[in-house]
Design a protein around this ligand. Structure first.
Ligand SMILES: [Zn+2]
Length: 136
């Protein structure tokens, strides 16, 4: 019964906190899917929960329903490489994200889609102001 570990956040926190956390994940990317850049409507576990992936920021990325549904339990990087919208910069961004370097991840995403970053958050993230965007 290792699956208990996977839901520790839900167990630990009230629903409100979980909702806020989910919202903050979407706000990082300006509500864009980290894989394809469309509207993010869900949270994807990079390492699937079925394989022991935790519900923590480092393992949870904003994803559209299409990507989330298509990826299911596949390895994120293997699955992503096969997609038509594959972008190596996004792949690097996901890698940075799961290593906890959200700031680098956001830079890489911005690089991948320079014209879609108008909606990025200023400094309302749950972490610190370090993640806010500076105009280049
Ligand atoms: Zn997507």
């Amino acid at each position: 019964m290792h699956s208990r570990d996977a839901v520790f956040l839900e167990d630990l926190c009230p629903k409100l906190r979980d909702r806020r956390w989910r919202k903050s994940i979407h706000e990082f990317t300006g509500k864009r899917c980290i894989y394809c850049g469309k509207n993010s409507e869900s949270i994807d576990h990079v390492l699937p929960r079925s394989k022991g992936g935790l519900s923590i920021t480092e393992n949870c990325v904003p994803a559209c329903l299409s990507c989330n549904g298509s990826k299911t339990d596949h390895d994120a990087f293997e699955w992503y490489r096969k997609q038509r919208f594959y972008d190596p910069r996004r792949s690097m961004a996901i890698k940075a994200w799961i290593e906890g370097d959200i700031r680098l991840a956001l830079r890489l995403i911005k690089w991948a889609q320079p014209h879609q970053n108008k909606n990025l958050p200023k400094s309302k993230s749950v972490f610190n102001e370090d993640y806010s965007w500076q105009a280049a």
